[in-house]
Design a protein around this ligand. Structure first.
Ligand SMILES: Cc1ncc(COP(=O)(O)O)c(C=O)c1O
Length: 381
């Protein structure tokens, strides 16, 4: 029904290289489901898929190519380095925007050569672009209340762009509180962006919304929306679910099972004491892979619909699960987040956000893409 392939550093390994069972399955069927859902929410607007930070830890090439095949034409990454990689994966046709823009003037050459569209926010960016005779487009990013990256003098910057013959792809801004729809800053920012667009850039395409913004401010879609986290299946506003499906399934394997006596302590710091005789499983996944250490004695793994508590401190390469009441055996696979245990639920347990869970999964973890078989293969799913 499904095919799978390994990628990223696993690709470089020779076929006989043993694979430590620390695995992130990447369910492309769920990615396509999320993309189609976002397309519906976008209505007339285009979707700029945010694939920065290695597609939020999922693997840039695999995610971006799957989205491109599904019809996505606009992509956003952080900087010229990520942009150049993405250009190599997607070919000439894709539009690639750099959301953090230019860090120094030498990056203009990469943007020119690779046809990347940097965000600009300051007068010095125009100087750099004109020094290098930049012939491509830029997005102007304006600050409307987040006080992060964004021009505070957008009118001046637009004038300078015209003077220096720098073409503008559009004007964008970013919301600070979109995941809290009732926050007053949302409407303040939306209004500031509307006024600015009307006053100084009405002829230019505009973009304001990230994933949560689609729910918080659905009437402000303009020409392009910029979803990131929703593509990967975490609900941007959990109490108003969109029906997204997690793309990453992070798993480890049972390496050892041990019966322990009442009173035994577990792992570093002896932070867990068994209050009864217990059975404990050693799992091949730790904080050195991206499993947050804060889940020690807090979180759980999922196995056949059951929750197995994480007991004792999570180590760099391992963690321990209480399997006393469960029928778990050596080599079984347990899941730390995925469709059966959502990244939103896990993030809530330790007062973080799904973004940190996903981007925290590092290169030691083997990504295995699960491809839905195409109709051409004659398979159904
Ligand atoms: C400028 C900009 N637009 C869009 C996004 C995507 O945001 P989200 O992942 O919340 O949809 C980000 C993410 O940080 C961003 O910085």
């Amino acid at each position: 029904m499904l095919t799978q392939s390994t990628f990223d550093h696993a690709d470089k390994a020779d076929k006989t290289t043993p694979m430590r069972p620390a695995i992130a399955h990447i369910h492309l069927k769920n990615l396509l489901h999320n993309y189609q859902l976002l397309r519906q929410h976008a209505e007339q607007a285009q979707v700029m898929a945010v694939v920065k930070a290695d597609a939020y830890g999922h693997g840039l090439k695999c995610i971006a190519q799957a989205l491109q095949q599904a019809g996505c034409e606009h992509f956003a990454v952080t900087d010229a380095c990520e942009g150049a990689q993405l250009r190599n994966h997607l070919g000439e046709k894709a539009n690639i925007t750099l959301l953090s823009g230019l860090f120094d003037s030498s990056e203009v050459k990469i943007c020119e050569h690779k046809n990347l569209t940097p965000v600009i926010t300051e007068e010095k960016h125009i100087q750099w672009l004109s020094e290098h005779k930049f012939t491509r487009q830029v997005w102007l990013k304006v600050d409307t209340g987040m006080q992060r990256l964004g021009a505070v003098n957008p009118k001046k910057i637009i004038q300078l762009c015209y003077q220096h013959h720098i073409a503008l792809a559009g004007i964008m801004s970013h919301l600070a509180c979109a995941d809290t729809p009732e926050h007053p800053l949302n409407l303040i920012q939306a209004d500031a962006f509307y006024q600015l667009h009307q006053r100084i850039a009405a002829h230019l395409p505009a973009s304001l919304l990230n994933s949560a913004g689609l729910i918080a401010l659905p009437q402000h879609k303009y020409d392009m929306i910029r979803p990131g986290i929703a593509l990967y299946g975490a609900e941007p506003i959990p109490h108003e679910p969109m029906g997204l499906k997690p793309v990453m399934q992070l798993s480890g394997q049972v390496m050892q099972i041990r019966d322990i006596e009442q009173g035994s302590t577990l792992s570093y710091g002896a932070s867990f004491t068994a209050d009864k005789a217990m059975t404990v499983a050693l799992i091949s996944l730790g904080y050195g892979d991206g499993l947050p250490r804060a889940l020690s004695n807090q979180g759980y793994a999922e196995f056949q619909g059951q929750h197995l508590p994480i007991v004792g401190r999570i180590c760099m390469d391992y963690c321990l699960l209480d399997i006393t009441e469960h029928d778990v055996t050596i080599n079984d696979t347990v899941t730390f987040w995925g469709e059966s245990l959502s990244p939103n639920t896990v993030a809530d347990l330790i007062d973080t956000i799904p973004y940190t869970l996903m981007t925290g999964v590092n290169q030691r973890v083997h990504r295995i893409a699960i491809h839905p078989k195409t109709q051409a293969d004659g398979a159904s799913e």
